[in-house]
Design a protein around this ligand. Structure first.
Ligand code: MSP
Length: 506
């Protein structure tokens, strides 16, 4: 069995979870579920990033001790992911003892390799980004991301010689046969990274002299670890680094680090360079998806336009939310969410296409087959639907969730058209004995669709599965089906259960 280690960024606890965080986390969840169905040994990691100036300030603003504040917000993230049916295998918090030990061990390795030096530094620091900016990176003197003026900071820091790794990084990214080759997607993002690496790059500060809320450096306890170095190490600390070598060797290197483009440099350049310096293998693939706005604006606490996952769940349900986030625009691209877009998407795909199909099918089975899943032996429709669905695997390998979902709807549409063409309600008047055979084709085709629906909408898939009269375990059957599709996997002549509509129109 192949193993697959997949990660989200760990989210800052200066704010409660919003749909931006949910976007990446749901995408990872779909992949984790899909690879589990395809017999891979998956470890799906997410977590919270809890140190640094930004967090210390947020805690103070809430009149809380930093740890108490972190515990509170981290728990909210965990709750949100539960609500959204996220199937993460691990949840890492950077304020745990194990993580602290790992960060110190990692830093010690870097120190011993001679890639750390001390220098006094003056620069402009954006607390919201938790990073220094050079003058030419600022736009009109303000941070390009948060539009705020960075603070002038001047202190003695320890630095990592990132610049020494520039050529090795370029080679590792661009040469497929390089022993440390890793991939960056999408192509445009990869090109941007390569473009920057072709020029001079700055060394990076790895410590802060003036911040208490962080992990002390092992060789100089007057300084704390720069929050990004602390945070990136989570990908190792969560899988046993430094003490559990067996676990670490099993899971590392990560197969996929997923994040938005805002933090690609940290993942595609700084992180691989740190790993190179310590002699650890590099992650295999880094994918930076787009950044979305809401009603044309960047979500921000100060704008008061931050959308919480719970708001969407209340309107569209858990699976409606999962569907809408991933179907709105291609995954690598930026996009804009509007209320209208969501409502239209929900009504068209979920209420009309999928929801209506299930409800029609169940109503007809109830009426013409005595509310029992019909028996049968063969089905052309089933074979066609399988052919429709197959490209979803490739789409998911390329993180093309949007395409995968359109493909799923093609299969749904095929079954809808089959029903229209056969018109079982007419057949019931002329050739009633043939109706169960037609409905058999519909029911088995829907079950095939359910398997592909499950990674995206696990709750809905489970409900449809049971409504169609299945008592077998969905996941086990799906695994067998994906290995070798067969009609023999299904239960026939079992009572169906017609419930309330899955996706009431909005
Ligand atoms: N703590 C760092 C990451 C450390 S990883 C070692 C951080 N945290 S964050 O809370 O700011 O999360 C940033 C990530 O949240 C983005 O990279 C992306 O995955 C997700 N998103 C937040 N807002 C988003 C959008 N508006 N659109 C798309 N993704 C969004 O950076």
């Amino acid at each position: 069995m192949n193993r697959f280690y997949i990660t989200t960024p760990i989210y800052y606890v200066n704010d409660v979870p919003h749909i931006g965080h949910a976007y990446t986390t749901i995408a990872c969840d779909v992949l984790a579920r899909w690879y589990r169905l395809n017999d891979q040994d998956v470890f799906f990691l997410t977590g919270t990033d809890e140190h640094g100036t930004k967090i210390a300030q947020a805690a103070a603003a809430h009149n809380k001790e930093p740890q108490e504040y972190c515990d509170h917000i981290s728990a909210l993230f965990q709750e949100s992911w539960k609500q959204l049916d996220i199937s993460n295998d691990g949840f890492i918090r950077t304020t745990t003892k194990d993580h602290e030990t790992a960060v110190q061990a990692f830093l010690k390795q870097l120190w011993e390799k001679g890639v750390i030096f001390k220098a006094s530094y003056s620069g402009k620091y954006c607390v919201q980004c938790e990073r220094f900016y050079t003058d030419d990176e600022l736009i009109g003197g303000v941070c390009p991301d948060h539009r705020i003026k960075p603070e002038e900071q001047s202190e003695d820091n320890y630095f990592f010689r990132l610049s020494h790794f520039r050529e090795d990084l370029l080679a590792a990214i661009t040469q497929e046969d390089h022993p440390q080759h890793f991939k960056i997607f999408p192509q445009e993002r990869r090109n941007e990274v390569i473009g920057k690496l072709k020029q001079e790059i700055n060394d990076v500060s790895i410590s802060r002299a003036t911040l208490d809320w962080g992990i002390p450096l092992p060789w100089d306890r007057s300084q704390t670890t720069y929050v990004w170095i602390d945070a990136l190490t989570n990908y190792l600390s969560a899988i046993g680094y430094p003490n559990n070598k067996e676990k670490l060797d099993h899971w590392w290197p990560a197969n996929l680090h997923l994040m938005a483009k805002d933090i690609l440099w940290f993942h595609a350049v700084i992180w691989p360079a740190l790993l190179m310096a310590t002699g650890l293998p590099l992650p295999k693939k880094i994918f930076a998806h787009g950044f979305f706005t809401v009603n044309g604006q960047k979500m921000s606490k100060s704008m008061g336009n931050v959308v919480r996952p719970a708001e969407l769940i209340q309107e569209y349900g858990v699976d409606g939310t999962r569907y809408l986030l991933l179907s709105a625009f291609p995954f690598g691209q930026d996009g804009d969410f509007t209320k209208d877009l969501m409502k239209t998407g929900y009504n068209a795909a979920l209420a009309n296409d999928l929801g209506n199909l299930i409800s029609r099918a169940l109503t007809m089975v109830e009426k013409y087959c005595n509310a029992q899943s019909p028996a049968g032996e063969k089905s052309d429709l089933f074979n066609q639907v399988i052919d429709d669905l197959k490209p979803i695997g490739k789409s998911l390998d390329h993180l093309a969730f949007h395409t995968a979902l359109s493909t799923l709807l093609i299969a749904v549409d095929r079954v809808n058209r089959f029903i229209e063409t056969k018109a079982p309600w007419k057949m019931a008047k002329t050739v009633p004995q043939e109706v169960p055979t037609v409905l058999y084709e519909v029911v088995v085709s829907l079950k095939a669709i359910v398997f592909y629906l499950w990674p995206f909408m696990p709750g809905t898939a489970q409900t449809i599965w049971m409504q169609l009269g299945e008592t077998k375990d969905l996941v086990t059957t799906a695994k067998k089906f994906l290995e070798s599709p067969s009609l023999a996997l299904f239960n026939n002549q079992q009572p169906i259960q017609k419930g309330t509509p899955l996706f009431p129109r909005k």
